[in-house]
Ligand binder design. Structure first.
Ligand SMILES: Nc1ncnc2c1ncn2[C@@H]1O[C@H](COP(=O)(O)OP(=O)(O)OP(=O)(O)O)[C@@H](O)[C@H]1O
Ligand SMILES: [Mg+2]
Length: 264
């Protein structure tokens, strides 16, 4: 591995679907214990990139190094083992409607471990407290707000103590204020637990201050992966155009939030 502080490194990833070349040599280091946010226009290949990290899609060329091992060369059983280190939260929170909050969160522990029931109860209770969900354990998903559902989804993703959490557009369907709360909660939980977090997001203004690193995927390559401050200082025209667009949106998004808060 060339990056010492990285738990994941994508090196020269290329991927086509038929005649469509989606990834054209993606290089991306993911630093351990930090939050990296992947941004880019719709259809640029952000979700495809995440799937490479989980070994759900094989690249045409390049390497996906996770904890020093090339995912593309692992056997099925090794891949399965590796995936237990990941927590994954996709667009919808994907909760089971017929299960209570408690049972939804306990599911990975019951299915994937032999943990005794009393310990399961204890662990789930501790997470409920961490994510401010105490008192909601007997509710069903239909009785929860959108933001609460996301918190339950995160609680479930945390049960197996993942080293790495992947979020693909985790605030889809939430209003601006709720999205902000969800990102704030992700940020605080990440700082408390210290896992590595990779977030694909369209909510760039909101995520800007919470990201340790921002990676811009455009035309099949990572144009820049840098801290928000470095990103703002970058002279590359394509990056500058992106930052200016985002800053414009940050301003209008603040107005939107204020209007919402004022009930306008
Ligand atoms: N399994 C697949 N088979 C064929 N084409 C695919 C497949 N998965 C993705 N694609 C194509 O690859 C391109 C990138 O898709 P991807 O879902 O990664 O975009 P994205 O950046 O996540 O977009 P969005 O922001 O809208 O979620 C799209 O044109 C999509 O149609
Ligand atoms: Mg996507």
């Amino acid at each position: 591995m060339t990056c010492e502080n990285c738990c994941i490194e994508l090196i020269g990833i290329e991927k086509s679907f038929g005649a469509q070349k989606v990834l054209r040599g993606v290089n991306l280091p993911i630093r351990r214990g930090f939050t990296t946010v992947i941004v880019g226009e719709s259809g640029q290949g952000k979700s495809v990139l995440l799937k490479h990290i989980l070994g759900l899609i094989a690249p045409d060329a390049g390497q996906v190094i996770v904890e020093g091992r090339d995912v593309t060369r692992l056997r099925r059983s090794e891949l399965k083992e590796l995936r237990t280190r990941f927590g994954v939260l996709f667009q919808g929170a994907a909760l089971f409607d017929s299960l209570t909050v408690f049972d939804n969160i306990a599911l990975p522990l019951r299915e994937r471990t032999r943990m005794p029931a009393a310990e399961v109860r204890e662990k789930v209770r501790a997470t409920l407290e961490l994510l401010d969900l105490s008192g909601s354990e007997d509710k069903y998903p239909a009785q929860l707000s959108g933001g609460m559902k996301k918190r339950v989804g995160l609680a479930r993703a945390l049960q197996l103590d993942p080293e790495i959490l992947l979020f693909d557009e985790p605030t889809t369907g939430l209003d601006p204020v709720r999205s902000h709360e969800v990102y704030q909660m992700f940020h605080e939980t990440q700082k408390k637990l210290g896992y590595t977090s990779i977030i694909v997001s369209h909510d760039i203004p909101k995520i800007f201050n919470l990201a340790d690193y921002i990676a811009l995927l455009h035309e099949g390559v990572i144009q820049i992966c840098a801290t928000p401050e470095e990103l703002q200082r970058c002279e590359k025209p394509l990056v500058r155009a992106f930052v200016e667009r985002v800053m414009g949106r940050m301003y209008s998004s603040e107005i939107e939030d204020l209007a919402l808060a004022a009930g306008i």
